[in-house]
Design a protein around this ligand. Sequence first.
Ligand SMILES: CC(C)NC(=O)[C@H](Cc1c[nH]c2ccccc12)NC(=O)[C@H](CCCC/N=C(/NCCC(=O)O)S[C@H]1O[C@H](COP(=O)(O)OP(=O)(O)OC[C@H]2O[C@@H](n3cnc4c(N)ncnc43)[C@H](O)[C@@H]2O)[C@@H](O)[C@H]1O)NC(=O)OCc1ccccc1
Length: 223
Amino acid sequence: MIVILTGAGVSAESGLGTFRDKGGLWSRYDLSEVATPDGFAADPALVHDFYNARRANAAEAEPNAAHRALARLEAEADEDVLIVTQNIDDLHERAGSRSVIHMHGELFRTLCAACGARWDAAPALSTADACPQCRAAAVRPDVVWFGEMPYHMERIVEALERARLFVSIGTSGSVYPAAGFVAEAKAFGAATLELNLEPSDGATGFDAGRYGPASEVVPAWVN
Ligand SMILES: CC(C)NC(=O)[C@H](Cc1c[nH]c2ccccc12)NC(=O)[C@H](CCCC/N=C(/NCCC(=O)O)S[C@H]1O[C@H](COP(=O)(O)OP(=O)(O)OC[C@H]2O[C@@H](n3cnc4c(N)ncnc43)[C@H](O)[C@@H]2O)[C@@H](O)[C@H]1O)NC(=O)OCc1ccccc1
């Protein structure tokens, strides 16, 4: 089995901003205000504006050659290929990938913070929205904020245990628990490879690395 961890760098060439690069999201927004439960409690309208803008961008974006190459790998490989993405966009699925785990949630999904109901997001959410199930005005984007438990951790750890090869693509390796997956995969005996624009914070933890734009290094690796 091949387990592939992706981050914002794989969607950068589709026009979706990364977080920590120059001009990235965290240089324009305060992470604690827009990506934490406390920030949402303090100013839900600000948080909705932040995700509404990202939802509009993602809706206009198109998968790039890196997304398409990974979909091809899944279709042609004679072993299981699982994408574990930190991204909340749907570009992997729009490129044709079927086996995708969104460990930090999905931009196009909505969550009721009162009853836990989930449904497909409208283009723009607001504080006036009410849950279709419990009518509570506790509607939030279905994304994992800092301090919240990522989704599908059991399935992810099971996959890391089975992995022959762990590949990390377009992530800075600065946020946990995702940044710890390479060490876990290695401990379970997997070979490890980093594909990134430049060496990430965790580069030394990989057996090998290939550096350059994802739209070039990912198709080159898949072929
Ligand atoms: C800041 C950091 C130190 N803080 C954390 O890690 C925290 C706290 C923490 C937990 N454990 C720790 C251990 C040590 C220290 C801190 C912690 N973690 C949490 O709070 C997590 C929840 C974190 C999730 C937060 N939500 C996100 N996103 C969703 C929302 C949204 O999207 O708005 S995080 C967000 O930032 C993270 C990093 O972003 P990247 O994708 O890597 O993007 P970045 O910009 O940083 O880097 C881009 C990279 O791409 C490269 N690149 C750029 N262009 C290209 C290109 N063209 N081609 C190729 N590569 C390219 C660049 O060179 C660069 O390397 C991603 O995970 C992303 O999803 N929850 C949790 O721990 O719960 C409890 C728990 C307990 C037990 C077991 C499990 C959990």
